[in-house]
Design a protein around this ligand. Structure first.
Ligand code: SF4
Ligand code: SF4
Length: 436
């Protein structure tokens, strides 16, 4: 029996603020340039496959995958390569990027054509060529995910349509607007990986999306599961438990319990790619926050500078205190608005200084809320104490490395202690053998 509490009963009731959920996606016009980072995924960075002055087209490969766990990078514009530069990734690391100036013609690369898929191998090859990575935020190369070592033990595909982070509604719009592609992608994954069952998990605060998907399902073995509106329903282990009743062991992967999880936007892309052959060059994002003048769901070319995206949404109504890639619970700060939109971004949120103000932390009152709320049953309070004491052995015993930085412990702490950021530092310390 697991020593952890039932994950689906944990988490927090965060304010959802999904005010863009009814806003249809609008397409942003061409930006002045695109900046394509070679590190938009987990794994080895891609290597630039073009040089300054090269002509590229929509769909041209501009970065070649740097290994098995890696991904190609494609241009979303036709134009000329302006430069190869170094930018700062959201995690602070230096990253090579290809800068392209659009010519406005949007000519498509002649190599772009629907892939010929006849079996598992050609399906996996097509997904690899598409440049798809986990679009829910993880950025894990999908071709690797769809090639588990124990494929014959996989019996269930779980589609993550939970979208539990406050403000973000891009997956909701995908469920409503791209229903056809979602089902096309699900059918292909089930067919080529020989998976008999699919559960599409959607939080109950998306009634239109739930109704649309239920209505559209036209094959046996696929069902919609309405999930509780409790953060973080989209966390992989919580989602699997709620959709299948199976508990992923520690340490362990979804495939250990016969499951592959895909984000709804990723599976929609699979459906679209099989029909069109256009690689991953655009992304739907929610742009919102208390100082964004015109919140929107926007389809944007990957590599578009964040500043130009924000300008398209009317700019700011007040001085920003914080601009984020992603949601307020798990998002990363964007230090420089010239940074580009990345493949795995699902939102850009901008908040005022008042909203972004971090309250002063006070002493722990030993209330236990952080432990009760953690979907992994971790004791945030004890982990942070062990980090402060530099006690790596205790951090290992407390399974600190399992923390997924969901932020739930920080959110529920009445003493406003920055638990999740401290645990992130604890994980770095563990990797560094105890050095802070
Ligand atoms: S941030 Fe880590 S410790 Fe805190 S609730 Fe999430 S998984 Fe648990
Ligand atoms: S929630 Fe905050 S105050 Fe309560 S035990 Fe955890 S760290 Fe201490």
């Amino acid at each position: 029996m697991s020593k952890f509490l039932k994950r689906s009963a944990q988490g927090a009731g965060v304010p959802h603020e999904k005010r863009t959920s009814n806003l249809e996606t609008v397409v942003m016009p061409l930006p002045s340039k695109i900046v394509l980072s070679m590190g938009q995924h987990i794994g080895a960075p891609a290597a630039p496959a073009v040089a300054k002055g090269d002509q590229v087209y929509v769909g041209t490969v501009v970065g070649k995958a740097g290994g098995f766990v890696s991904s190609d990078i494609h241009s979303g514009v036709s134009g000329t390569v302006d430069s190869i530069v170094t930018i700062t990734a959201p995690n602070g690391a230096a990253q090579t990027a290809v800068v392209i100036i659009p010519d406005g013609e949007q000519k498509v690369d002649p190599a772009v054509a629907p892939p010929v898929v006849t079996d598992l191998k050609s399906f996996q090859d097509a997904i690899r060529a598409s440049g798809l990575v986990g679009l829910g935020g993880a950025g894990f190369p999908t071709a690797v995910k769809l090639a588990p070592k124990n494929l014959d033990e996989i019996d269930t595909l779980v589609i993550n349509g939970a979208e539990c982070e406050p403000y973000i509604t891009s997956d909701n719009r995908c469920l409503i607007e791209d229903t056809h592609f979602i089902l096309g992608g699900i059918k292909a994954v089930m067919k080529y990986l020989d998976i008999k069952k699919c559960v599409i998990g959607i939080e109950g605060n998306k009634p239109q999306a739930i109704a649309k998907m239920k209505d559209a399902i036209d094959m046996p073995g696929v069902e919609v599961k309405e999930l509780p509106c409790r953060y973080p329903q989209g966390a992989e282990k919580v989602l699997i438990e709620n959709c299948t009743g199976r508990e992923v062991p520690f340490p362990g992967l979804p495939s250990d319990v016969g499951v592959i999880v895909m984000n709804v936007t990723s599976v929609a892309f699979v459906g679209k790619y099989l029909e069109t052959g256009m690689p991953l060059v655009t992304k739907r994002l929610t742009v919102d926050g208390d100082i964004v003048k015109e919140p929107k769901n926007v389809e944007v070319i990957i590599g578009t500078p964040v500043q130009e995206l924000l300008d398209f949404c009317g700019g700011f109504t007040d001085e920003p205190g914080k601009v984020l890639y992603g949601g307020p619970m798990m998002g990363n700060c964007i230090a420089d608005l010239s940074q580009p939109v990345l493949k795995n971004n699902n939102a850009v949120l901008a908040f005022s200084k008042k909203w972004a103000h971090i309250p002063k932390a006070t002493n722990c009152i030993h209330c236990g809320r952080c432990t009760n709320a953690c979907p992994l049953g971790l004791s945030a309070k004890e982990i942070v104490q062990a980090y402060n004491d530099g006690n790596v052995e205790l951090l290992q015993q407390l399974n600190a490395d399992l923390c997924m930085s969901c932020g739930t412990c920080s959110f529920v702490c009445p003493a406003k202690r920055p638990l999740a950021p401290s645990i992130a530092l604890a994980k770095i310390m563990m990797k560094n053998g105890g050095k802070k």
